[in-house]
Design a protein around this ligand. Structure first.
Ligand code: HEC
Ligand code: HEC
Length: 267
């Protein structure tokens, strides 16, 4: 009897201790997702591919073998809010293969994954766009966008592939990326400006860099390697190489947005 009471007390003390330990970490419900910009979506995509893709598929569409559900439908059985999704990613789901993300992952990184998963579910039917996608395709062709961007295998590589941009970005985000390219530039699209020993300048996307050398790809997709000790200066440029679309009319811009938003994965 005594002994049972004693054990009970220890259990109560343990529970109290656990509650105290769990106390200071604010529950996710109390938080809002502060990390839902384009760059965050892309960072989330990277982590997702590395850490979740083996079960949920690289594109989040699920995998029958692992039993990991399709996360692109916007319909979840265990999750009803961003905060709930945060908790599932953080803690996992007890008794299932769904294990929580590495404890080393920051909260920021978990929120970025939430943003990425949310971005997988952009439904064209939710948007009533003023523009016309077919006219937008003409605008695209006339505006030299393809010198930097690839759509379905055609075009350049000095900007992101736009083949499925409509499943990643909503129309507002697309419009912002057109009118204000510098608003958010993921580090991958930063460039290096290098002044050679003879004073000439060259600029391009940074492909590799180590202590001694740097390799860049210029606008014509030529690769250049430099010994850092042999150049006059090296400067990182964090603005976008993409020109703002200033010379398009408002209606051309609407059309272009409608066209880009229509570019999505075939379902
Ligand atoms: C080892 C395989 C595995 C890995 C790795 C994994 N998951 Fe899961 N995940 C599952 C399974 C299985 C389920 C379904 C669990 C259940 O409800 O029975 C699931 C469920 C989920 C759900 C809930 C879906 C719903 O319908 O409510 C989310 C969200 C989720 N996973 C996100 C992620 C994220 C993000 C990562 C990476 C950080 C990840 N998962 C890594 C297997 C995995
Ligand atoms: C000189 C190269 C260049 C040209 C020309 C160019 N872009 Fe870009 N674009 C980029 C780069 C680099 C980025 C990524 C950096 C950023 O976000 O601005 C980008 C980003 C974008 C994005 C956001 C994509 C994403 O995944 O976040 C869209 C949409 C886009 N461009 C559309 C266009 C359209 C439409 C045109 C033609 C009117 C165009 N671009 C012309 C280089 C270019």
């Amino acid at each position: 009897m005594r002994r049972a009471l004693f054990v009970g007390l220890i259990q109560a003390a343990l529970v109290a201790a656990l509650v105290v330990v769990a106390g200071p970490a604010a529950p996710a419900e109390a938080q809002e997702n502060q990390y839902d910009t384009l760059v965050d979506v892309r960072m989330g995509e990277r982590v997702f591919r590395a850490q979740c893709g083996r079960c949920h598929g690289r594109d989040g569409r699920g995998n029958d073998e692992t039993g990991a559900p399709d996360l692109t439908t916007g319909q979840f059985s265990r999750v009803s809010s961003d905060a709930g999704m945060f908790d599932v990613i953080r803690e996992g789901i007890d008794g299932t293969a769904m294990i929580g993300i590495s404890p080393r992952a920051s909260d920021q990184s978990v929120w970025q994954i939430v943003s990425y998963i949310n971005s997988l579910n952009l439904d064209p039917a939710d948007y009533d766009l003023p523009g016309d996608a077919a006219r937008g395709e003409q605008v695209y062709a006339g505006a030299d966008c393809s010198s930097c961007h690839m759509i379905r295998g055609e075009g350049g590589r000095t900007g992101p592939d736009l083949s499925t941009v409509g499943s990643r970005l909503d129309p507002d985000e697309i419009a912002t990326s057109l009118t204000d390219p510098d608003a958010e530039v993921a580090p991958r699209w930063w460039t290096m400006r290098i002044v050679r020993a003879d004073g000439s300048t060259i600029e391009g996307l940074r492909m590799n860099e180590d202590t001694f050398t740097v390799r860049i790809m210029d606008h014509d997709e030529n690769l250049w390697s430099f010994m850092k000790s042999e150049v006059r200066s090296l400067e990182r440029v964090t603005t976008s190489t993409m020109p703002a679309t200033e010379d398009l009319s408002a209606s051309e811009l609407d059309d272009l947005v409608a066209y880009l938003f229509s570019l999505r994965r075939e379902s």
